[in-house]
Design a protein around this ligand. Sequence first.
Ligand code: ADP
Ligand code: MG
Length: 722
Amino acid sequence: MIKARCLTLFAGSALLRSTKLPRTSKSSLNPRELDYPLTELPGVGPALSGEAGKLGLASLGDLLFYFPCRHEDFTTQKQIGELKWGEEATVRCKVEKVSLQRTRRRNLRLVKAMVGDETGYMEAVWYNQDYLVDQLTAGDELLLRGVYEGGGKTIYKVRSHEILGKQEAGLHTIGFVPVYPTTEKISVRRLRGWLAQVRPLAARLADPLPPSLRAELMLPWRSDAIDSMHFPRTLADFKLAERRLIFEELYLMQVGLLSQRRHFGKVRRGVALGPVAGLTRDFIHGLPFRLTPDQKLVCSEISADMQCPQPMQRLLQGDVGSGKTVVAVYAMLRAVEDGRQAALMAPTEVLAEQHFLNLERMLSGMGLRLALLSGRLKTAERKALLADIAAGVIDIAVGTHALIQKDVDFKRLAVVVVDEQHRFGVEQREQLADKATRGGVTPHVLHMTATPIPRTLALTLYGDLDISTIKAMPAGRRPVRTWLVPEFKRSGAYGFIRDQLDAGRQCYVVCPLIEESEAIEARAAESEAERLAAGEFARYRVAVLHGQMPGPDKQETMRRFAAGEIQVLVATTVIEVGVDVPNATVMMIEEADRFGLAQLHQLRGRVGRGEHESCCLLFGDPKTEPAERRLAAMTTTTDGFRLADIDLEIRGEGQLFGTRQSGLPDLKLARLTRDLDVLKLARRKAAELVAADPELRRPENVLLREEIERVFGDTVEWLRRV
Ligand code: ADP
Ligand code: MG
């Protein structure tokens, strides 16, 4: 299928809504014409323009940004006398005589035209296009694109033709001919015709790139680039045009993100923490292992950030099991040893509870006061806890986003750690920083993600963050072996698991993902747990864990599993993140084809955390090609970054910028995997610009500023406010 690459930059503009603006004379440059509806084009009525809506085309301006998916290279032009047998070329010629010929083969009729130029004659042939007999007349000048060949006698098979002297001649048969995604009613010829008509309007597009930058990078004007995207004279022209527009797209995004970041850096005041002190040292020394070099590096990066008065905004990336938790604890202890408070925010209650239990364990004996602000606290308990937080009695508070609600008032909050931050978008990131601001002081924020994001994507999505990465796993980890188990080997798999349990290990069984309802999912998990407890695992201690269980039950189940009292934990995806039980060595996933690749990787990350060899058993019958590719990827690699790249390939980038990453405009032309060099350039140039003119006030940057406001919409409200 052809992939549409249209930019509907104009679709949302206010002017569009006031249709039928008074028509100005053709000679004056009226940028508003870009906003005119398609019905302004001759021959386009409401029906056709409605159909065009399916392609995302509402205004004349939209057409300019409706880029072709490819071009036909029809550049070779020959005279009849020069044509070689089997050669495809464009020929300009004159019609001598036209005839319709029925053949002995049913359903095959030929239109034949004797055509000539000053070098000779040939017979041009069209198949099954009878109507041409009436359209072509002797004396017509034609442009023909076809192949010169023949059976018994030499003929020229026509692929495409146009009659010169008609309005749009030269659009379909010669040069680089654009091919657009079409609908049933809107043919590619029609689209070319429309484009030929709106093409002059490209000159009315303002160029948002500062002139000096355009000159420095030797990029074409925007109007020229858009023209060349449709009707390039050469391949080089097209490439340059495409590069210019990709650069523009990425540059706008980077300038938006960086100036936003700079803006917040200016208006937000943080606290400069003192140098590393006893508490963090004790914690590090008390660990049963030594930090890996990556962990050490990240800790020092964080520490350096926190000693600056500008609030930290850092993203910590590290694959599942790479050891982010110690870094998070380190960051929080930096606040506590400075006499301040820290908070750890998790995306779900289960994860918050798990973190809380972990912290209690890791920090026991250090005399710290920890609290879990659970959504399930009774009113009185919650009130007492909030009072303690406000009085500064609590050193570290753990919870979901409930932590940053209005009624939660920290006395001296200095550090916030956000786990699994990919579940929050850009907007939420900003909200978090704003809401966490107390008494005019914004805390340092460490965002953590185990969903490995290819570096390219990270730069784009998190252009507003600094990035730290834990690349290497702690020493001694053995990769988890992964199998896609066919249904007929199911009982064998249970036997294998029983062997593991008998050897003292533990096992997870993950039930199918049911997106429609958490309640149904929970019931499915419960019945599967019952089935296994009565059947395959009758001799073992089986328990269930799902999101619908009351908080204390979940905590108790997790505690018992961690303590080894439960051997088989049947769960929904609530165990996707954060659960850390090194003795668990088998992850069995039912209907694995329903899960996303990132999710499967997260689930698999629950095992292989200790000294024992672990494995992941995937059940399920992939019914689609993407599902098949996902499962195949799981069995071939355990590298999260590699999987993230594969995921990107399977899903395409578009979806990664969907609702989840709200607040960022979609990328239409740029492909991050391909355009990494342009992205880097855009980022560097954006940084230079924002350093020189942070609020984009200089006259040469005004158009850029307007364009960013338009593309980013409400998310850059501050840009207007400044
Ligand atoms: P994640 O990055 O997925 O949050 P965790 O922080 O939960 O990973 O760490 C996974 C496991 O690795 C934990 O059991 C933790 O104690 C252990 N771990 C962390 N750092 C090290 C290290 N430097 N050496 C050995 N084990 C470590
Ligand atoms: Mg973790």
